[in-house]
Design a binder for this molecule. Structure first.
Ligand code: HEC
Length: 179
């Protein structure tokens, strides 16, 4: 064994040592950082919200009505084409996919698309879709109808929700008057 051979051996041991040390350090760092993040629903116009201890605590949403007059349906349409098209169609007579076709939703009864298999959670919420209910639904579907099959986290920004609702309102031959 000449000296290069020895040096190679030493180098291999050194590299193994460094790798061992690094992997330990990385796992410690990762484990340390994996604390679950607590999600806080931001409520516009009400100031900071305290982190609620119980998950079931009711969140009060600011009303959407004052924003609808200046909401932008075109911007709502482009948001919907990003966030909703994987599950929904919007055209009159469009096919339902993972979610129901959404033409004529505003003002219609919940579960308005014939032939779509709605969850009991949504069907249990009797009544017609008002602007404020759509606001609550789109902020957090699982809070509005716990157990719903719409596995969508929600739209955090109230302006974006107003735009999307303003767009949904246009999907009708006789759009519901703005509040
Ligand atoms: C991952 C798929 C998915 C995404 C993304 C999604 N939805 Fe849904 N949506 C559903 C499903 C499934 C239902 C039926 C829910 C049930 O029966 O519980 C539904 C129901 C609805 C309803 C009720 C319709 C009715 O007839 O009562 C509305 C309104 C709605 N979605 C709007 C939206 C909007 C707006 C977006 C985008 C911002 C969106 N959804 C994104 C799957 C989705």
């Amino acid at each position: 064994m000449d000296s290069t051979e020895v040096n190679k051996g030493m180098a291999a041991i050194l590299v193994a040592g460094i790798a061992f040390f690094l992997s330990g350090w990385i796992s410690v760092t990762l484990v340390h950082d994996s604390k679950p993040e607590h999600e806080i629903l931001k409520i516009e116009g009400v100031g900071p919200v305290e982190a609620s201890a119980g998950a079931a605590k009711e969140e009060t949403l600011a009303p959407i009505a004052p924003l609808l007059a200046k909401a932008d349906p075109a911007s709502g349409e482009s948001t919907a084409k990003k966030l909703c098209v994987s599950c929904h169609t919007f055209a009159d007579g469009g096919k339902s996919g993972v979610g129901p076709n959404l033409y004529g939703t505003v003002g219609a009864a919940r579960g308005h698309t014939a032939g779509f298999n709605y969850s009991a959670a949504l069907k249990g919420k009797a009544g017609n879709w008002s602007f404020e209910e759509l606001n609550a639904w789109l902020a957090k579907p699982a809070a509005f109808a716990p157990g719903t099959r719409m596995t969508f986290a929600g739209i955090k920004s109230i302006e974006q929700r107003a735009d999307v609702i303003a767009y949904l309102r246009t999907l009708s031959k006789t759009p519901v008057p703005l509040p």
